[in-house]
Design a binder for this molecule. Structure first.
Ligand code: PXG
Length: 292
């Protein structure tokens, strides 16, 4: 039996999981998504992801045709049918089928897609040794244009930045805001450690309020590490003692070099490694439980 994908209430084989070429999700990037993970039969922060999905949809005036409770059940059912204890879950809501015009009123029914699959992580070597990253020319979307808090299907801003990183031979990119302040990476939030304090950029510079970011801030507070949201320039990042990225896919990954400048000792720092350990512990003990 192959992988099953949830499409509009039905669980279909992977090769049959298709949507119309008239779907505005395809034609205009008109839709929203979430990337979620489960660890050992526990979906991590599912309620938080569902809440963020409904908020993204609300701003786009996209009515998700299921209640939050029904959607949570659909996610869990999809994991169960695929017998996945450790999974990456991609929830996608599209505007649905319409005509060849922008007008969303022509799309009567949004589509719901739930893909559950295995996750491909960065190689273990990068967690042990840390990432080298660069700052790229493409700036993060302005909050007054397409607000980065909306996890929309239009991720071209971040894809451009990712291409710029890849063209320079690195895996991730720091995106700045239009003033030159550090916002975040293409699919991850950025943290630095300086003087035993954890700093991460606030939302108003165009940073997504990442759910992993929030979880790591909670962990730090519990470990009595001071946490602050602070506007950062590249200079502060270059001169940090430690740096790391957080995201659902990457979890928590050390950064040891930014734009050719070594960060701290050039090895993953003590605070980073202790937070990574703490994060691995909570992901294996917290979450919405399901049986496969
Ligand atoms: N910033 C951006 C721009 C993101 O898209 C994060 C930060 C981290 O947020 P969470 O809530 O996951 O801690 C994201 C995460 C992927 C992938 O497969 C991840 C995201 C989007 C697209 C792909 O790595 N979002």
């Amino acid at each position: 039996m192959g992988l099953k994908v949830y499409v509009d209430g039905k669980l279909v084989e992977k090769q049959d999981a298709k949507i119309s070429v008239f779907d505005h999700g395809l034609l205009y990037g008109d839709g929203v998504f979430e990337g979620i993970r489960s660890y050992n039969g526990l979906v991590f922060k599912l309620t938080e992801h569902i809440d963020r999905l409904y908020e993204s949809a609300h701003t786009l005036m996209l009515k998700i045709p299921l209640s939050k409770k029904q959607l949570i059940k659909a996610v869990v059912d999809t994991l169960k049918v695929n017998r996945l204890k450790d999974a990456y879950i991609r929830l996608v809501i599209t505007r649905g089928v319409g005509d060849l015009g922008l007008d969303p009123r022509k799309c009567p029914l949004p589509s719901i897609i739930i893909i559950t699959d295995k996750i491909t992580l960065y190689p273990k070597k990068l967690y042990d040794e840390g990432l080298r990253i660069i700052t790229v020319p493409t700036v993060r979307n302005l909050p007054e244009a397409l607000n980065p808090q909306i996890k929309s299907l239009n991720y071209l801003n971040n894809i451009m930045a990712k291409i710029e990183a890849i063209n320079s031979g690195v895996e991730e990119a720091i995106m700045l805001d239009s003033m030159g302040f550090v916002a975040e990476c293409t699919g991850d939030n950025l943290f630095i450690v300086k003087n035993r304090e954890l700093c991460t950029p606030p939302q108003y510079v165009g940073t997504l309020r990442g759910i992993t970011r929030d979880a790591v801030m909670d962990l730090a507070k519990k470990s009595r590490i001071a946490v602050r949201e602070c506007v950062l320039t590249r200079h502060e990042v270059f001169n940090a003692e430690e740096a790391f990225l957080t995201g659902t896919a990457a979890e928590l990954i050390p950064v040891v070099n930014v734009d050719g400048r070594q960060i701290g000792t050039g090895r993953p720092g003590k605070t980073t490694l202790s937070l990574l350990q703490g994060f691995r512990r909570v992901t294996r003990t917290d979450g919405i439980k399901y049986k496969v």
